[in-house]
Design a protein around this ligand. Sequence first.
Ligand code: IMP
Length: 426
Amino acid sequence: MPAIILVGTQWGDEGKGKATDLLADDVDYVVRYQGGSNAGHTVIVDDLELKLHLVPSGIAYPAVTPVIGDGVVVDPAALLEELDELTAKGLDVSQLKISGNAHLVMPYHRELDKVTERYLGKQKLGTTKRGIGPAYADKAARVGLRVQDLYDMKIFRQKLDVVLREKNATLSRVYNRMPMQAGDIETEHAVYAERLRPYITDTVGLLHDALEDDRTVMLEGAQGTLLDLDHGTYPFVTSSNPVAGGALTGAGLGPKHVDRVIGVTKAYVTRVGSGPFPTEVSGEVADRLTAAGHEFGTTTGRQRRVGWFDAVLIRYAARVNGLTEHFLTKMDVLSEFDTLRVCRAYRYAGEEYEHFPPHQSIFHRAEPVYEEHPGWRTDISDVRDYRSLPAEAQAFVDRIEELSGAPIRYVSVGPSRAQTLERDGR
Ligand code: IMP
C-alpha cells in the first residue's frame, strides 16, 4: 500500500488536522517528518479538541501508529509535557514511535531563538521561539545532539561540552546572558532519556516493513509550503522542508512509495510572524475573517494576519509539491461576505506575473490582480453533500480549481468530520 503526503500549501494553519481526521480511518501510520514543537495542529475527534505541537495527529486514533521521523527536531521537555497532557485527557500514547536519528532541541537553542529575535528588533522573523532554527542550524553544522545520544550519556556529555563552549561564549559575550551548565543539562536529560526510552524505534525500518506489509502510511507536514526553507519566502520561513520532498527525506522513504500528495488549502490566506503577504487585508474585512475563522495561533496564541485567496501561491505549491489534489478548508468562513476576492496574478512594474515571481523584491512589492465573485450569504455549515451547496459557492470552487494547479477533491465547511464534502469525479 502507498504512502500519502499531506502538506500545507500556504503559510501553515491551513487546517491539516482536519484533513488527517478525514483520512485517519484508512491509514495505519501517521508520520511527522519535519519541524518541532513550533507546529500547532488542532484535531477534533468525537467532540474532543486536541491541540498538538510535536506529537503526530495520528495519536488521536487507537488504530493508528504515530511516528516522529528522522527529520523532526525533538524538544524532550516539550514532548513529555504534551504526552502528559494527552494522557490526562484519556489518550493512550504508548504506541508513539520516535526516531533515534531525530535531533534534539536543547535549552541553549530555545534561549538563542529568544535572544536573536530580540537582537534583530524590527528585522525579527517572528519565530515561535521554540528553538527550531538554532537546532536545525546545529544539525547542518554537524554539532547537533540526537535522540540516540540520550542513550549513551558519556557521548552525550562529550558532545555537549564541545557545543556548549561555543554556545556559552555566544550567550554571554554577544547577548549578555548567563552561561549554561553542562552538568545541569546532563542531569535533566538523563531523566528525559528514561521517560522516552519506550518510544525510541528504528522508524525507517518500521515504515518500510509497514509498506511491504501493505499498510498505509501518511506523512503529515507541519507549517506550509511558503514557510519552506528552500522554496518559501526566505528568510521569513521555518528552518526545515515542509514540502513533499522534505517528507521523503524526513521519513526515509523514496518517491516510488508515494501515490497521493494532498495539498491542504484554506479558502483565504493567513500568516503568523513577519514577511511579505500580497493579499493581506486590514480593517473590517480582516476583523471579520479573523473572528469567523478563529485565526489565532495554536502554539503562540498570536493573532494571525489574514488575506484573500491567492491563486499564484497555490499554483506554485501545486508545482513544488507535485500535488495530486487539494483539500479546501474553511469555506464556511467566507459565507460572511457579499463579494469575495481571488488574486489570479501579481502586477509589478507594469508586468503581470501568473507564477511565483523569481525575485524576492518583486514578491515584496507585488500588487494583487483581483477577480471578484459573488458570495452566497447563507450558512453552509450544515450542508452534507457538495451538490447542495449554493450555486455561488460551487462556482467559486470551480473557479479556484481552474486557478489552483490540481483538482479540489474535498471541501470543508466546518471543523467536524461530517462537515467535509467530497466532490465527484476527482
Ligand atoms: P520558527 O519555525 O519558530 O523558526 O518560526 C519561523 C516562522 O514560521 C515564523 O514566521 C513562524 O510564525 C512560522 N511558523 C512556525 N510554525 C508555524 C505553524 O505551525 N503555523 C504557522 N506559522 C508557523
